[in-house]
Design a protein around this ligand. Structure first.
Ligand code: PLP
Length: 424
């Protein structure tokens, strides 16, 4: 029987991943063990409900797996509560909104064009369609979140929910300041730490857990797990609306969040992905991961410095985390042109709006780069100069396909003999 073409295409994708320099800030390479759990018989199991309280028989084993995943992520983030069932970061946020808001309620989020995520109130997303939105952004001069303007908008709008966290913001976040404002206006505070989750878990960045009512994350970015989402709370609390259980007891937020995931927004959990999450969480608790995540930040800072030295304009002037936004307006190149040319050279990144962008989201004035994936492949600070040189050679010869092809050869040589995943 002929092999299904899908397996040939998977090999092609593996080659692409092996040959290129992966700088998409939201991507990473998972370990063989994470992959093993994901491609296991756990995918065969239906397990609607939660450990010990399922709507299907035969859940004794997956109950243990899901409980281990919950315990590990709680240990990783010092959280009292975790739900590991959300299929993605967007699903995690959808469940939080269902738990905390009614249609038409107000949310205050980080402007998408300043670094926020679609699910933080964009008009093309369910969050912007279902709730009344307002936004905060960054200061034009510093490129950092304008906390004063955020507080003023919160006072004027009185949102029920404030969302902090970002998809393209290279600086740390002052969660205590956000909480002060949330308390002042009577809002709940959600931190979506999808991007810097691994850095937060290992204490490199500020910890949202003591300040934010609820914390969501994806599991596949700096956390280096399978694609998925998680909802956490540093401390469970009585729901502020006085909702009661059938027995007349006040419902805890954990009960409301669990119900918002299942049956609120999802059906059967992906137990193969939950198993893979558990494996990745154990890896993230290890000394090897600690070395890895420290290296991610060293690489990010080194890459930003090398690019600044070549005259590139990094929003906010540098980075505290794994990513950076490059404003290409001073180079006369659009984000779309840069992304396309870099892809030809097998350097993968994504075009991205920059704050106060004058171009559309399909063109953009910038690109976003991140070092989580290349660090998994074993690159260190000294390699970042080479990466910056290769990027610069492409962008300075953006219309010269011949030169770009020679850069692709250099990229392939540079990445040869580096496995997709190197355990530190
Ligand atoms: N939240 C933030 C801050 C993100 O950056 C992302 C993904 O890029 C998400 C949520 C959504 O995650 P997913 O793509 O898993 O739905």
């Amino acid at each position: 029987m002929a092999q299904d073409i899908i397996f040939d295409l998977i090999e092609d994708e593996k080659e692409r991943q092996l040959n290129g320099i992966e700088l998409i800030a939201s991507e990473n390479f998972v370990s063989e063990n994470v992959m093993r759990a994901m491609g296991s018989v756990l995918t065969n199991k239906y397990a609607e409900g939660y450990p010990g309280k399922r709507y299907y028989g035969g859940c004794e084993v997956v109950d243990q797996i899901e409980t281990i995943a919950i315990d590990r992520i709680k240990a990783l983030f010092n959280a009292e509560y975790a739900n590991v069932q959300p299929h993605s970061g967007s699903q995690a946020n959808a469940a939080v909104y269902l738990a905390c808001l009614k249609p038409g309620d107000k949310i205050l989020g980080f402007d998408l064009s300043h670094g926020g995520h679609l699910t933080h109130g964009s008009p093309v997303n369910f969050s912007g369609m279902t709730y009344q939105t307002s936004f905060y952004g960054v200061d034009k001069e510093t490129g950092r979140i304008d906390y004063e303007a955020m507080a003023e908008t919160a006072r004027a709008e009185k949102p029920q929910l404030i969302i902090c966290g970002a998809s393209a913001y290279s600086r740390d976040i002052d969660y205590a300041k956000f909480r002060e404002v949330a308390d002042e206006v009577g809002a709940l505070l959600l931190a979506d730490v999808s991007h810097p989750a691994g850095l937060i878990a290992r204490g490199i960045l500020n910890d949202p857990m003591p300040h934010c009512h609820i914390v969501t994350t994806t599991t596949h970015k700096t956390l280096r797990g399978p694609r998925g989402g998680v909802i956490m709370m540093g401390k469970d609390f009585e729901n502020p609306w006085g909702a009661k259980t059938p027995k007349g007891e006040v419902k805890m937020m954990s009960q409301i969040l669990n119900a918002a995931v299942f049956p609120g927004t999802q059906g059967g959990p992906l137990e193969h992905v939950i198993g893979a999450k558990a494996v990745a969480f154990e890896e993230a608790l290890s000394d090897g991961y600690m070395e890895y995540i420290i290296q991610v930040v060293k690489n990010s800072k080194a890459l930003a410095e090398a690019l600044v030295a070549k005259g590139y304009d990094i929003v906010s002037g540098g980075t505290d985390n794994h990513c950076m936004l490059i404003d290409l307006r001073n180079k006369g190149i659009s984000g779309k042109q840069a992304e396309n040319a870099l892809v030809l050279a097998e350097i993968t990144c994504n075009k991205n709006m920059v704050p106060f962008d004058d171009k559309s989201p399909f063109v953009t004035s910038g690109i976003r780069l991140g070092t989580a994936a290349v660090t998994t492949r074993g690159l260190v600070e000294g390699d970042m100069q080479t990466v910056a040189d290769l990027i610069d050679e492409v962008l300075m010869n953006i219309d010269n396909e011949e030169i770009i092809e020679t850069v692709a050869d250099k990229v392939n040589d540079f990445m040869a003999d580096r496995p997709l995943f190197q355990m530190n």
